[in-house]
Ligand binder design. Structure first.
Ligand code: AGP
Length: 581
């Protein structure tokens, strides 16, 4: 969480470009923002509480600037807690968590007058105190960051030394190489309009940017290293909202094409992935939030299509299962961003025991993709809305394809998916959206909503709940259809809206049980049924049904958010990329 962005160069629009580029990192946190620029008078800092997209930065000429868009971890959403933080001649922007910061803050309180409640200001203080010993900036940084426990990325400016210093451990930092400027950011969209030539900073590496020159060091050995220039494939156009009011609806509608894009995998990569799975003594599929629900759907695909049991665990819960992860274990990580801290911790553990890391990720350049033996790209283009939509269906597409590849029925799987992709293209049209909007209108003031599904639609009931919760703030809860009568049915009152996924006989029986207790039933299925008070038709996608059934719920969640007056792209308390534990 938090986006950081820095620019050095031979031209003087660094601050303006940081301000503009930082808006493309706003999905990482939007509590407050700030920019530090180097002028003739020294380093000038501007900060504001609120979204950077609502902010303004007075134009100033500068060759160098750093910026920050904050997702508050330590300390409330205040100007004092906003970045950049200055201690003496040191200015820092920070993404990540300094887990043991209190130990140092307490020790230093007599020496440093701290102005914020943040862990980040303590990093600035540690660097400042090292500098006081008369060492060089790189020595001060190297020593100071040794004290930090946790995952982080920092950019540092010094009043008396030109250039920007960057250190990475656990949180992403990518350099962009332009002709007149060098960029360093938490994510590529910050500078994608300017260049697509990048260098990846790896963990425990430091960079020094000055004009268009960059030096890299390994923090462990202290030695200089060289980096290969890599061209990334994303174009700037696809990271833009275009004619749509929000990224969320743009990304939902893009599913007309993105399933087909996700299907289009390199066959030899899929074969290598399957070979690793077949060789493994045990398979874990991990993910967080929505990606965890895509993992659960993949578990059903493997069971139903390939007759193979895989273990699905939320990445944040893997600690209890670590003892089962050994050199012959395959860990399949599903992640849109490829930067989620809970996943990267498991990856680091897997690496330490020589387990095989495989991944399904939308960001082909992410830390996860780079750490994987085989990384299958989801290929749906940048997903900017906090609520995952097109990446989810893309991930499930690949999960489905893998299950068929495992069962040696790859072409059959391909055929089903191509059929689903064509049907989704027909399903998503303005009339369909209007119908869903009218359903949202009827239930927008309800504070509770339940969703049930059976088999591979059960994970979609859980996913539906996340989607509705995160953008509309309605208390939505998903259940396995057959579990209701074991407790949750007590929650049903007259008028409680319940979404029923599927129209198989057993699920319909559960819907009837709900209705006889007063529930209003919204059916999402291929066929209509009299128990449904409202019906959202979805095409028949055979075993790939979760892919199509989740889409009307995404549209419903979007309209709930609008009707309740919320910004669906930037819901409260959330950030797109969760890079803290
Ligand atoms: C999705 O709608 C959520 N905002 C969230 O659950 C997300 O899926 C989760 O944080 C995992 O992110 P990742 O896919 O980037 O790893």
């Amino acid at each position: 969480m938090c986006g950081i962005f820095g620019i050095t160069g031979t031209v003087t629009d660094a601050a303006d470009n940081v301000f503009v580029g930082l808006k493309n990192l706003e999905y990482r946190g939007y509590d407050s923002w700030g920019v530090a620029l180097r002028s003739h008078e020294g380093i000038e800092i501007t900060k504001q509480v609120g979204k950077i997209s609502d902010g303004e930065l007075a134009t100033s000429l500068a060759h160098e600037a750093v910026g920050h868009s904050r997702w508050a971890t330590h300390g409330g959403v205040t100007l004092e807690n906003s970045h950049p933080h200055r201690v003496g001649n040191v200015v820092v922007v920070h993404n990540g968590i300094f887990e043991n910061y209190l130990e140092y803050k307490t020790k230093l309180e007599d020496t440093i007058e701290f102005k914020s409640e943040t862990d980040s200001e303590v990093i600035a203080a540690l660097i400042y105190l090292e500098l006081q010993k008369g060492v060089s900036p790189e020595e001060a940084l190297t020593t100071a960051v040794q004290n930090i426990e946790g995952r982080f990325a920092i950019l540092v400016m010094f009043d008396d030394t030109p250039g920007i210093w960057a250190v990475r451990r656990g949180s992403p930092l990518i350099l962009g190489r332009g002709d007149e400027q060098t960029f360093i950011a938490s994510d590529i969209p910050a500078f994608l309009e300017k260049t697509n030539v990048v260098n990846y900073l790896d963990d425990n590496q430091m960079a020094y940017l000055y004009n268009t020159d960059v030096d890299f060091w390994d923090l462990h050995t202290g030695e200089k290293i060289t980096k290969r220039n890599i061209e990334v494939e994303w174009d700037f156009e696809s990271a833009d909202k275009g004619e749509h009011p929000h990224f969320m609806i743009k990304e939902i509608l893009e599913q007309k094409e993105t399933i087909a894009r996700a299907i289009n995998q390199e066959r030899d990569q899929v074969d290598e992935f399957i070979k690793a799975l077949k060789k493994a003594g045990g398979i874990y599929i991990i993910g967080c939030g929505t990606a965890h629900k895509a993992a659960m759907a993949t578990e059903y695909f493997f069971a139903q299509i390939a007759g193979k049991k895989v273990n699905v665990v939320a990445a944040s819960e893997m600690d209890a299962f670590k003892t089962f992860v050994r050199a012959n274990t395959a860990i399949v990580c599903i992640s849109q961003s490829g930067e989620t801290a809970d996943i990267m911790e498991v990856v680091e553990y897997a690496e330490s025991v020589d387990a095989t890391v495989l991944s399904i990720t939308n960001v082909a350049s992410s830390s996860l993709a780079r750490a994987s033996k085989v990384a299958l790209p989801v290929k749906v283009g940048p997903e900017k809305a906090v609520a995952s939509t097109k990446a989810t269906t893309g991930q499930m597409t690949i999960g489905f394809l893998l299950a068929h590849a495992y069962a040696d029925t790859f072409n059959k799987g391909l055929g089903i998916l191509l059929g689903a992709a064509a049907n989704i293209n027909d399903m998503i049209n303005p009339r369909y959206e209007e119908h869903i909007e009218s359903v949202a209108q009827e239930f927008k003031d309800n504070e509770n909503l339940f969703i049930i599904g059976r088999g591979s639609l059960y994970p979609m009931a859980l996913e539906a709940a996340i989607k509705i919760q995160e953008v509309s703030y309605i208390h939505a809860q998903g259940f396995a259809a057959g579990e209701l009568k074991h407790g949750p049915i007590a929650l049903i009152e007259k008028g409680t809206p319940c979404i029923v996924l599927g129209d198989d006989q057993e699920t319909i029986s559960n819907a009837i049980e709900l209705k006889s207790r007063g529930a209003v039933i919204i059916g999402i299925s291929t066929g209509e049924h009299e128990v449904f008070d409202h019906w959202l038709r979805v095409p028949d996608a055979e075993m790939a049904q979760p892919l199509v059934s989740v889409i009307p719920i995404q549209i419903l969640a979007y309209h709930f958010a609008l009707l309740r007056g919320h910004d669906p792209d930037m819901p409260r308390n959330l950030a797109k990329s969760v890079t803290v534990k």
